[in-house]
Design a binder for this molecule. Sequence first.
Ligand code: DGL
Length: 260
Amino acid sequence: MKNLPIGVFDSGIGGLTVVKALTEILPHESIIYFGDLAHLPYGSKGRNTVKKLSLESAEFLYRKGIKLLVVACNTATSIALEDIEKTFDIPVIGVIEPGAEEAVRQSENKKIGVIGTTRTIVSNAYYDVITQKNPAERVFQLATPLLVPLIEEGWIGHPSFYLILEEYLKFFNDKEIDSIVLGCTHYPLIKENLRLLRPHIKIVDSAMATARSVEKTLQEKNSFSDSLKAVYEFYASDISETFIDLSEKIMGKYVDIKLT
Ligand code: DGL
């Protein structure tokens, strides 16, 4: 069991930001990744569709034989985490709880901003978890649906990208937030751009927080791998050149993605 891989899924390629964080802090753990690119984006779909697709993605990885599952998609976590937990008999970790915990830890003035897909923001998942951890927190949430397509099209850093990002960030201008949660797996890729526009705001990256939560769970369950070599496998339900480029950008090297 110990040497089985960790399963990680996302609606697309953004979940690789969690894989990258995992490889950094748990270099001996093998990983199987699944990106449901045929059904991307989850963020603008209805609840039932997101639930169904998330369960199917989880099932694909479970059947491969995994010791732990990471739902590396904020939208899937916000809608389907409980159903996935109930369906599969392995530990399941979503990205929202670790991100929310990190935000509560980092925020000093108790005013936290959250950006994410429409489905994630409408679900109130971040608001619920953050205020559950600390009822004194004030949470300001904003759906930023244009960011995922811009990131996927490679427009990060383009003047029009900054215009849109600035337009979104204006929402927080009178809210006095001191931290902002990247509530979407694509957003760690625009950390530096956010920092440039709002240098005084702390950025909460749920990818690293999630990887730490995986580490903690493996420790508690005494299930760290004792194999010397980690094996990585990447699957997707569809693939295109744009996503191959994006995966390379996130992982820092060519990623061999197999079609399911
Ligand atoms: N992976 C999704 C998330 O983290 C973003 C892309 C999508 O909408 O499917 O919310």
